[in-house]
Design a protein around this ligand. Sequence first.
Ligand code: NDP
Length: 283
Amino acid sequence: MAHYRAELTGVFGDPVDDNPTCVLEEAAYAALGLNYRYLTIKVLPEDLETAMASVRAMHFRGINLTMPHKIKVIPMLDELSEAAQIIGAVNTVVNDNGRLTGENTDGKGFTTALKNGGVKISGTRIMVLGAGGAARAICVECALNGASHITIVNRTQGSGSELADLINEKTECKAEYVPWTENLAVPEGTDILINATPIGFTPAHMQRPDIDYDTIREGMVAADVVFDPVDTLFLEECGKHGARCFNGIGMLVQQGALNFTMWTGKEAPVDVMYDALAKEIQG
Ligand code: NDP
């Protein structure tokens, strides 16, 4: 019998027009010949409740949430994963016959990209630049993966200390907040350095975080959340000092791959997704 109804997935956000996730999810659906669609949908904050009701009403299989909905959506869900509970934000929802489960794949995308590159997170000392949504998800997931210590660097003290407190209270990992002073040194013994700020994002691609790049040591891992450009000045400079570099596309693709598997139950064609996104960004 013919089956014309597509399984619907997508993202709710505002602004959302330039969100690139549709590129990698649609490429993955096409590669596996799945009758799934990924729609980029503008939802204003005051309409989120109606939009979430429509996820149930229209039998969406799942939805991503981006700015400004990641926190506000929580009371509209039936269940939360451990990471989403600790982070206090949801970026992925799975709809099982009307029962909505919230997950946060931002941090999991990050840790998966590193693990696939042969990096062991357990027992490491990490320094994170930034304390916003991306930093929060990354810190929680690294802590849940056994990181031993996280130094959180942020120009605003309130959110920096709050994130350090969250890690200390909710996980086994030890965290401390350090103010972002000029030409900041990376502490000795740091295994992984992460830029979790938007510094370096196009069109400001000539900027890089203000740290003392001479304190980066051979063999250290450097990772950037910025994915446009793919090769940021931050990673270029860290690479010159002997760091092993991980770009923001890897994190984005792994996050999309996790969503794909949660919605379809199938292994994601990660290479297809990576190529589609890199081609889109590099033009
Ligand atoms: P938020 O707005 O929640 O947080 C931004 C953080 O960066 C804050 O800690 C802020 O500090 C800091 N920051 C911003 N500008 C500067 C600056 N000029 N100097 C110093 N610190 C600065 O954003 P998100 O955490 O949600 O996103 C951060 C970046 O990560 C974005 O570019 C986003 O696109 C990217 N991202 C990438 C993903 C991927 O898969 N690759 C996934 C998710 C996000 P303060 O508190 O002082 O304002």
